[in-house]
Structures are given as C-alpha cells and as structure tokens.
Write a protein that binds this ligand. Sequence first.
Ligand code: ADP
Ligand code: LRH
Length: 488
Amino acid sequence: AGELTLAAVDLGASSGRVMVARVAPGQLDLREVHRFPNRPVRAAGTLHWDVLGLYAGVLDGLRAAGRLDGVGIDSWAVDIGLLDADGELLGNPVHYRDARHATAVPTVHAVAGPGELYRVNGLQHLPFNTVFQLAAMRRRAGFGRARHALLVPDLLAYWLTGSVGAEVTNASTTGLLDSTTGEWAWGLIDRLELPRHLFPPLVRPGDRIGELSPEVLAETGLTGPVPVTAVGSHDTASAVVGVPAHGARFAYVSCGTWSLVGVELIRPVLTDASRVAGFTNELGVDGTVRYLRNVMGLWLLQESLRTWAAAGLPADLAELLAAAAQVPAFTAVVDPDDARFLPPGDVPARIAEVCAETGQAPPSSQAETVRCILDSLALAHRRTVRQAVRLTGRDVDVVHVVGGGARNTLLCQLTADACGLPVVAGPVEAAALGNVLVQARAAGVLAGGLPELRALLRETQATRTYRPTGDPAGWDAAERRVHGAVDD
Ligand code: ADP
Ligand code: LRH
C-alpha cells in the first residue's frame, strides 16, 4: 500500500485541533491544519461544552485539509450528549467540572458501593464519571426522551457519518463498562435503572465507523468516499499509543489539562489497595489496560493565568515560566488533587488557602505561585509513578512525558529530578499521532502491534531527554510537607 493522508480530530479540554498526517512504512509526518479554543460556557447555572462550536471547528479543519484518505476522532472522556429517537441532540453536554454530577454520588453508592463499583469498572473514583452524570440526569425532565447517550467523539462521529456506536476505550471511562470483559456492565446498568437502549453497540479501535456523509462532503468540499475509522477515541488512549517507548519498562505522563500518570498493563489490577490509592484501569488500544491516576495537571496553571488575565495582571506563559525557574525550589508545595482545585475559579487564592492550612507561607508573587504549581505537579508525578510501580510490580526505567506539558522544560526537568529517572519529553501531539497510527494500521499501510507503531514514532518524532539532577532528599522533605510521609 502507498502513502495515506489521514486527519486526526483531537479535542482537548483547552483546545481542539485537526492535524493531518502523511503515513507510509517508515514515514510519519504530522501538521496542524486548524486549531480552535475550547471555551466552556456557563448558562443558567450550568457549565456546558459548546459542542456545536467544536463541531464547526472540526468541519473547518476538514475543509482546510483539502484531500483525505480517512478521519479519526478523539477527545476528552466521560462527558456525553443525549440524542432523542430522531437523532436530535437533547441539550448541550454538561462539562465534567460542573458541580451537578457530584450530587448523584450518594445515589449511585446506595445501589453499588465504592468497593463493588471498583471490582466491576476498575475506575478511580472521580465525582464526574459518567455513571454519576447519568444518575444526576435521570432526575431531570426530558431524560425519558433520550434514546442514545453518546460520548463526545461518538457524537461527532454520528454527525459526520450517521452511525451510532460507543468506542470502547472511551466507554471504559463511563463507570458502566466491565473492565475485565470489556463489555457494558448490564447488571450495574439495570440496577441503576438506566435504560439499556442508551448504550450503543461497542466498536473497537480499527473498526470502520462509516464514511463522511454527502452533507459533510458538501460542507467541507472534500471528495468522497472518506472513511471514518474508530481509534482510541479517548484522547488519553490515543496519547498512550503515541508514547515513543521501547519495551514495557516505562511510565507515562500524558500532560495537558490533566496529568494522566501510569503504566501500560495487559490485565487490570482491581485490588482494594489500588482502589484506595485512586488508580484507574481504563482500556487501551489492542486490549491493553491504562493503569493510571488522574493528577490535576496543568489546569492549575491554565486557571491561574485566566484569573490573572481577568484581573489585569501579567499572564504570559513563557515569561511566567522563566520567572518561576528563578524561584528557589519548594517555597511551597500542595497536593494538586485537593478537590477544591477541580471547579473553575481563583486557583492562586485556593493555593494560598491550602498553604496556610498546611503551615506554609503562601506564595508571595505570581512567579512563586507558578513555581509552587510546578513543584507540586512534579512531586505528584513522582508519588504516582512510585505507587503505580508498587501496586503493579512493573519496574520502570524511564518516564515519558507527552502532550502540551512536554513543552514545559522546567516541569520536565523537575519531573526527572523528583522521580530520579530520565524523562523523555515529546511528542507534544501524541494523541493525534496515536490516532493516525491506528487509522493507518486499519487501512493496511502499517502493520504490527503497539511496539511496531511506537518504533515508527521513535524513527520519525523528535524527543528531548532530561537526566535527573539535584538531591532527592529535598523531594522527600517536600513529600512529607504534603502527605506527612514518603510512600516508597
Ligand atoms: P489539552 O489536550 O488538555 O487541551 P494540551 O496537551 O494541548 O492540553 O496541553 C496544553 C498545555 O500545554 C497548556 O495548558 C500549557 O500549560 C502547555 N503548553 C503549551 N505550549 C506550551 C509552551 N510553549 N511552553 C510551556 N507550556 C506549554
Ligand atoms: C484528558 C481526559 C482524561 C479524563 C478527563 C476527563 O483530556 O480525557 O483522561 O479523565 O479528560
């Protein structure tokens, strides 16, 4: 087979992009054809995604691509749009940071407690997992009209092709998929009194979803047929495919709005110790398990910049990072996973509050706040890598950092220092690369498993290695300030 031109639609919580790759054996080059901001909208007290605005961005990107042999879609997880029996969208998808979802946690736990849920779905308890979202929606007017609940990439695929399905890596983030069998957890769905018809047939990465509809071809000026192929439609699943690792002894940090920190396994770990430590068993491409933990991530920095910009303070990322590099280490450290950092709002004020509670002087400048965020994230990366190693028995020699955070040289160096391991940073667009690799393999242009796909990444994508420096004792002391003890 010859060279293919493939589009990856990759929607992150902070921006959406359409990337176009040219792929052939030994060749993989990726360029951005369109990027657009992803701005949540609060209306009538609820935080929504502007999903039609995002879809318009996708169409603009496909139009800019000019000529395509295929399309794959990935986005952030958990959030859903409901369709009625006519295929009409019933309201804008609610953002996972909306407070509504958490109100249904007790309702779900009254039916299935945390231990039982974990044994079925293997997920880190996050108050916005789809199972809680649906339990909250169930109480609302209009829910009875819902025919399908579609995760965001599946919703976009429906609009592009007319096909309804649920891609399995993303379905594994709902809390309603059995992490051992990889099928919908019908028993749990029935007990929660959720109608079975909400959950469409599962599709797997590499399956053909359909092709761009005549309407979409007309909108974008593309010439058909253009197949739409299921990829790891959870952005983190595609990003893990896009980790240029050699062998199995690696940890990864998919570092963007969230830091998703973990290892790749072939079977879930469903022990109570794993549940209590907050580890998730999301499904990956080729039947792998993404054993990882959600760490609050660069959200803390994004939201600080937004707060400062609104207050008329300097908010240039590059300048603030340069200033933070001059601040002494560990002026203050916090647990980034403190629940009060989840909702949008004044993150610098919340950091000051947490510092005061933990007997630390709050950061006294913007640069100190940024440094506190980066030290705290590096420390959380270290804590999570160590726990993953301990809970799985998987030894790791290297930490791969992919996503926008791979551009943050200070964070990459701090992560290497904290973990006491080399960090290999890049590619920044790992999710888009993982997306096109799976499409290219499905089209028969590439062959092999994840090791072969990753070998092509190593041949074609630039990375930067950071060696650990400094005294590990400083990180131990910082860990004690956050958690009172060092977890070895
Ligand atoms: P998401 O997919 O969650 O929207 P990305 O993977 O696109 O996130 O990463 C976005 C983050 O990457 C930004 O919040 C920012 O902190 C970081 N980032 C992007 N570009 C740079 C840069 N040039 N220098 C440092 N950090 C950067
Ligand atoms: C990252 C991500 C993450 C989910 C969160 C909702 O974009 O998909 O893996 O936990 O968004």
